[in-house]
Design a protein around this ligand. Structure first.
Ligand code: 13P
Ligand code: SF4
Length: 329
């Protein structure tokens, strides 16, 4: 694809925004795709929902809405578009389908999975329910629709504590993220029965690394995602969902910050916070990174990667997501 004058003119306002994190030579490769995708979106009445971990050319170039998992699920239920393209991972596309069952939901790479989501099946949840009869099941949104269909209420990192507290029970089965379960347990009096799932990205951070960064950068604010190991969260100044972390930076404008999470977040947010100096950790999510502009274009052009599920699973799973949406952040 060629970087023509027409493409340059149409995409220059976007490049002006992101030039701080992207050399012009790289932009000349992305711009023709961005131009074509944005035109095609209008022609097809499609919307692109992007997770905060998508790369800057997707996040700032083609996304109509970018957010954390909770806001993406809510936005999917509200859109008037005919097609929802999920620039994110498989469970996010499934969740969008649950929230908008009559819409066409497409995912640019069906192999964009998640280590948390793949750690547990619907059968595992049924066995847990047999073992702990009457104990409500709270599942992190990073689960398959099949698991959500066995779940009482879903949650995300933005509202996990609130959801667990809202149930008013002494015990809760909380799955699949063991670290998030520990974080919730530390914030409530509820006994948490957890599952041994982990996020392969956040599990790579360790306390020593955080302490070293603090020592070498006096005054730095360190903010972590709740999928990190508990001692990393303890060593940080703040923990919150991806959107919670973004809000922290916007509201507090720290001189220097480190976001203890996936790489692309710092690039995306640096653009909107030019006065903040970012110390960038680089743990990349191999699943999120499967989504690229050429794959988005191909998916939108040919409407491939459609999420198809049976009605029973959709109906059962949707209830758990709707309950979460009703409780909110
Ligand atoms: P949130 O955007 O909900 O914080 O989730 C982070 C994540 O790991 C998504 O895959
Ligand atoms: Fe899953 Fe972790 Fe990747 Fe998010 S960052 S999609 S939780 S593997």
């Amino acid at each position: 694809m060629e970087f023509t004058q027409e493409v340059r003119k149409a995409t220059d306002p976007i490049y002006q925004k992101i030039s701080k994190v992207m050399p012009e030579i790289e932009w000349s490769v992305h711009a023709p795709y961005i131009h074509k995708i944005n035109k095609l979106k209008k022609e097809k009445n499609a919307v692109i929902l992007a997770h905060n971990y998508q790369t800057p050319e997707i996040y700032h170039g083609v996304a109509d809405f970018s957010a954390d998992s909770l806001a993406l699920a809510i936005e999917a239920s509200k859109t008037s578009a005919d097609i929802i393209l999920m620039a994110g991972v498989h469970f996010m596309a499934e969740t969008a389908k649950l929230m908008s069952p009559n819409k066409k939901v497409i995912l640019p790479d069906m192999d964009a999975g998640c280590s948390l989501s793949s750690s547990i099946t619907g059968k595992d949840v049924r066995l847990l329910k047999e073992k702990y009869p009457g104990v409500p099941v709270v599942s992190y949104v990073n689960t398959s629709a099949e698991v959500k269909a066995e779940t009482d209420v879903c949650c995300t990192s933005a509202n996990a504590v609130k959801i667990v507290k809202s149930l008013g029970t002494k015990r809760v089965i909380f799955l699949p993220d063991d670290y998030l379960a520990k974080y919730v347990a530390s914030q409530t009096d509820v006994e948490i029965i957890s599952w041994k799932g982990i996020c392969i990205v956040h599990d790579q951070f360790n306390k020593k690394e955080i302490e070293d960064i603090r020592k070498n950068n006096p005054g730095i604010k360190i903010i972590a995602h709740p999928e990190c190991p508990p001692d990393v969260i303890e060593a940080s100044d703040f923990a919150g969902s991806t959107s919670g972390m973004i809000k922290y930076v916007k509201d507090n404008q720290p001189k220097k910050v480190m976001m203890v999470t996936e790489c692309s977040m710092s690039d995306n947010i640096q653009i909107e916070n030019p006065n903040v100096d970012f110390v960038k950790p680089c743990n990349m999510c191999p699943h999120m990174k499967k989504i690229t502009l050429p794959k988005i274009l191909d998916c939108l052009e040919n409407e491939t990667g459609e999420i198809i599920m049976d009605k029973e699973t959709i109906d059962k799973a949707r209830i758990s997501v709707e309950r979460m949406a009703a409780i909110g952040r």
